[in-house]
Write a protein that binds this ligand. Sequence first.
Ligand code: CA
Length: 248
Amino acid sequence: MGEPSVAKDASARRPGAATAGPLVLVVEDEPAMQRLLGAVLDDNGFRTVQATTGAEAVKLASACNPDIVLLDLGLPDFDGTEVTRRLRQWYAAPILVISARGQEDDKIHALDVGANDYVTKPFSAGELLARLRVWLRQAALSTDEGGSNFIDVGDLRIDLARRLVFVGQREVHLTPTEYKLFAMLMRNAGRVITHRQLLEEAWGPPYANETQYLRVYMAHLRQKLEKDSAHPQYLLSEPGIGYRLRAP
Ligand code: CA
């Protein structure tokens, strides 16, 4: 465990390039993967800071306040879930987890404690870059929207002040529990919300494992909100993990 590696500022090596691409904190302990991620991000106008342990990740995040964190789950000191838990005490920007096959539980725990999304190894550079851009855009939007009472996603709208829901111009009546679930998904549009998070929100912690409740209520929500509830456009299942409201 040496010093955290030096920030690779793409713009510093290319004087003509825009001065400040988004800053990505890459937390990855495998040297080959680290080099690959650094190269891909540099080439695409991102600035990177690299950490190879959980402790470095936490330290660098507070020193650099990155725009997004790309976080491998398996780290030598403590795991990515613990890094997420510590960061979420103060860090609001997106955390994108990198998981390997066989790390399903760890991935779900990381989402439970506040990671936004995940990519599974092996992934392509294109897939990773697309995901980073989505999350950076979302983060910019949610900063702009601060304080607004409305959230719009496609033709879905929620009025948080008056607790009303619309599909296009049509008002849709939701039960209080349906509303809680829908509001949580809308507030986190694009993000995977785990079964546990949804169950605790709607019914409280004692119900954290009652996933069959969710199946029933999500089916109701789809009937009320989707054009074709058998082929949902918005309320997507992430099998074994949770649900995601698709961002447009
Ligand atoms: Ca690893």
